[in-house]
Design a protein around this ligand. Structure first.
Ligand SMILES: [Zn+2]
Ligand SMILES: [Zn+2]
Length: 753
């Protein structure tokens, strides 16, 4: 008979703060093994002793049945001599340099904690801070590594004896759950008026009553303060819009549970899994006709951003109010989300009538994440709470540590070293001092948390971006400029773990071109290290420069001029008659007041204005989004578009505008015109890719840039390319918009050595 064996098993990845040690402890008990398990700087180490088959079963389980929140990246097994020692223990953590001490993301309240929350017999009944090893705050409360209670914002709350017992018991769901607490020892809620006066009574009950009465309520969440109003109360929603200075952009709506979501939206199986999963993002879904939501929640949109409660407090409020409420970031227009308690009264006092707050500090801001659904998969739009700082494992090494500073809109930064890259939460537009401060403060915290001391700093070449200026002002690092659309495509490559080369289609609004002009409809043959501009959308003038971005009707005027299509009889010219002639003349004259662009975003703007979707916009992408929602999903044919080549390939966007104008004059339904535009452009992209493929022999295509958040275009392009035999890479983990730029910059800088 063969005696017992002993194996040293090392597990790397996100294996700390996710219940890994109790999981291993339970496995050892099940398989009758002796030994030990512990944490160190590299992850989790296990020594397991017993029959070889039983040790093998444990390794198998560690590899494939790890706790839901764990990400097992590598498992190595080394035989060691058996010791004959009895029992299986959890040994103290071994400190060390914070090399791969990967901090977990915040996790939505788990089913077990939810059951306790609403169980009158439980000692945490209705306690708004219930959490366990499987759920609760993580990233937003951590100040340092290794991840331990003393380095979280729970450090000031000493555990009571009951909590301490659970925390020390390896069989308990709260074994080493750092933020664990209870009504006897943990944080407490408070409800105050905007003037700071304490509102008597139960805070949740009174807060729900305020919401039901039409008040605007500030609610302290995981990654900052939110603003809440009753989603069915038009007056309250309109009041929130006016006070927040956000005229149009849709608000998200929180519903108590999945059935409540399905009263508002069409939510399929994949969407339901995302909504109810540990990340609990906002999911953009088709709105149901007659959904009980005030018109001002998402003006002019057939979609609704919905989410489920992800903290006990959100659950309590949803249950008490018994109907959906708007939950939107607590800020004024484009400022960053408010997350510091000292800041809240001053910055939100003019918006909120009352504050539902508590005394557990938030260490870092994190907005809610946003995803769209594309053919049963999540298409990231905004990556923040629940996702950041989950690392990307790169299939190639990063020779020198990199900080990448992103672009200007939807800002993120990225740190990369070894084989990992971590992408920050979304910070919004880097235009205000406050946003820049939040951004740079977080860069410093992340450098400490992840132990990455950058030697190289990657940035956008645009000289006016604040991220560029920040990068160039850093001392002792080597700056590397990465062209905007190359960074988009590199981010798609990194997202897919591929090095290229590929034929890349990068469609967005604006990016600084290698020739100094404004790019945005680019066909690049690219790998991580470099690119060639294989083609682009036909260039047109932007009359008034940046003004044309805020006034899409100007792009209609410019495109009609470029297409030599007379404007008479078209609604867009009639509506903007006062300035039409002057703007058309500006487009005709050219010069610095009307710079050329190959931007796909501007083409969408022009067509949106032609179709009367929007003449002016209040936020980036608004016109294009309206155009997409207008497109009739039953129409599959597209306008013919000339695509000339072979190098560079040029897509004649003016053909699309001419066809749109013709159909409008013929009285074709707008939904049909919008669909034909999308499919015409998709067909043109596929034709351009075929030309680039003939020139290069490449068979893989990467699609990136913010325009590909548009699922009608994304679907149309993907289908055509697949039909033509191409492999198509799209975004799955970082947004295709500028939120993904920092990851792309980082891998480009790394590839250049
Ligand atoms: Zn839990
Ligand atoms: Zn306690």
């Amino acid at each position: 008979m063969i005696g017992p064996v002993r194996s040293l098993i090392r597990v790397e990845g996100i294996v700390q703060g996710v219940g890994f040690r109790p999981f291993v402890h339970a496995l050892a008990a099940r398989y009758g093994l002796t030994g030990l398990v512990g944490n160190d700087a590299g992850g989790v180490f296990i020594e397991a002793e017993g029959p070889a088959a039983a040790v093998g079963a444990l390794v198998e389980a560690v590899r494939h049945r790890a706790p839901a929140l764990a990400v097992v990246e590598r498992v190595s097994v080394t035989p060691v001599p058996p010791t004959g020692a009895r029992g299986f223990e959890i040994v103290p953590s071994v400190a060390g340099p914070a090399t791969r001490a990967l901090v977990p993301a915040d996790v939505a309240t788990c089913a077990d904690c939810l059951a306790e929350l609403f169980d009158p017999a439980d000692r945490r009944h209705l306690y708004p801070f219930v959490n366990c090893t499987n759920c609760g705050p993580r990233f937003t409360i951590v100040t340092a590594v290794p991840y331990d209670r003393a380095v979280t914002t729970m450090a000031g709350f000493a555990m009571c004896a009951a909590c301490e017992r659970e925390y020390r018991d390896p069989r308990d769901r709260r074994f080493h759950a750092q933020p664990t607490c209870c009504p006897d020892c943990g944080p407490a809620l408070s409800l105050t008026t905007a003037a700071g006066a304490r509102v008597p009574g139960d805070p949740v009950t009174e807060a729900a009553a305020l919401l039901a009465g039409g008040a605007v309520l500030a609610v302290k969440g995981l990654g900052g303060y939110h603003l809440a109003v009753d989603a069915a109360d038009e007056t309250a929603v309109a009041t929130l819009r006016a006070r927040k200075g956000r005229p149009d952009k849709a608000f998200a709506v929180l519903a108590a549970d999945l059935p409540a979501v399905r009263e508002l939206c069409e939510a399929g199986e994949a969407a339901a899994r995302l909504l109810t999963g540990p990340r609990a993002p906002i999911v953009l879904l088709p709105r149901r006709a007659g959904a009980p939501v005030a018109p001002s929640v998402a003006p002019g949109s057939g979609e609704l951003g919905v989410l489920l409660p992800y903290t006990p407090l959100h659950h309590l409020l949803a249950r008490r109010l018994a109907r959906p409420y708007v939950l939107t970031s607590g800020n004024v227009s484009d400022e960053p989300i408010v997350y510091e308690d000292a800041d809240a009264p001053a910055r939100l006092g003019g918006i909120a009538d009352a504050f539902l707050s508590h005394d557990r500090p938030i260490r870092a801001p994190a907005d809610d994440s946003v995803v769209r659904m594309f053919r049963g998969a999540a298409l990231p739009v905004r990556r923040a709470r629940g996702y950041a700082p989950e690392p990307f494992t790169l299939p190639w090494p990063v020779p020198r540590p990199v900080l990448a500073c992103g672009a200007a809109q939807k800002s993120t930064f990225c740190l990369a070293g070894g084989r990992h890259a971590v992408v920050s939460q979304h910070f919004g537009d880097l235009e205000s001092y406050r946003t820049l401060r939040a951004f740079t403060t977080e860069i410093d915290r992340w450098r400490r948390l992840f132990g990455i001391d950058p030697v190289v700093v990657a940035h956008d070449p645009h000289p006016e971006y604040l991220s560029t200026k920040y990068a160039l002002a850093l001392d002792g690092v080597e700056p590397v400029a990465v062209q905007h659309h190359h960074a988009h495509l590199a981010s798609c490559l990194a997202d897919n773990g591929e090095p290229g080369p590929v034929i890349g289609v990068a469609f967005d609004g604006t990016g600084y071109g290698a020739d100094g002009t404004i790019w945005g409809g680019e066909l690049l043959v690219a790998d991580l290290a470099g690119f060639d501009r294989a083609g682009h959308l036909e260039q047109v003038r932007m009359p008034g420069g940046g003004t044309a971005i805020r006034q899409p009707w100007r792009m209609a005027a410019a495109y009609l001029h470029a297409a030599s299509v007379p404007a008479d009889g078209l609604g867009v010219a009639r509506r903007n008659a006062a300035a039409w002639a002057a703007v058309s003349a500006l487009a005709a004259a050219g010069g610095p007041a009307a710079p050329v662009t190959s931007s796909a975003g501007r083409l969408f703007d022009a067509v949106a204005a032609l179709l009367g979707v929007r003449d002016t916009v209040t936020y980036e992408g608004q016109a294009a989004m309206g155009l997409e929602l207008l497109a009739d999903r039953d129409v599959g044919d597209g306008y013919p578009v000339a695509v000339t080549g072979p190098w560079p390939v040029v897509i004649r966007g003016t053909d699309l505008v001419r066809a749109v104008a013709d159909d409008l004059r013929r009285g074709v339904r707008r939904g049909v015109v919008a669909a034909r535009f999308h499919h015409g452009l998709a067909g043109a992209v596929a034709a351009a890719v075929r030309l680039a493929a003939e020139a290069t022999g490449l068979g893989t295509v990467a699609l990136s840039g913010g325009v590909f958040v548009n699922t009608v275009l994304l679907g149309g392009v993907t289908d055509r390319l697949v039909r033509d035999g191409f492999r198509v890479l799209t975004h799955r983990r970082v947004p295709c918009n500028d939120g993904g730029i920092s990851l792309g910059q980082a891998v480009v800088a790394a590839a250049r050595g």
